[in-house]
Design a protein around this ligand. Structure first.
Ligand SMILES: [Zn+2]
Length: 68
């Protein structure tokens, strides 16, 4: 169990804000490292999609040339 830093209200461990005063509960905010990680994950997914798109494009181009 933890307590609101602002008003001292008792909070659930998973609470992200105090229901009494609305103050954000420290420790549950995503850290800078976590934000960077999420950003990198998104970037990685975009790179994979771009790579797949390029591979598909190359295959399609090869098939068209082969047939033509
Ligand atoms: Zn509070």
């Amino acid at each position: 169990m933890k307590y609101c830093e602002k008003c001292g209200n008792q909070l659930l461990d998973e609470a992200i804000m105090c229901p009494k005063c609305g103050c954000a509960v420290a420790g549950k905010q995503p850290t800078k490292a976590q934000n960077e990680y999420a950003k990198n994950q998104a970037k990685g997914a975009a790179m994979i999609i771009a790579a797949i798109a390029i591979v598909v494009f190359v295959i399609v181009a090869a098939v068209i040339q082969y047939n033509g």
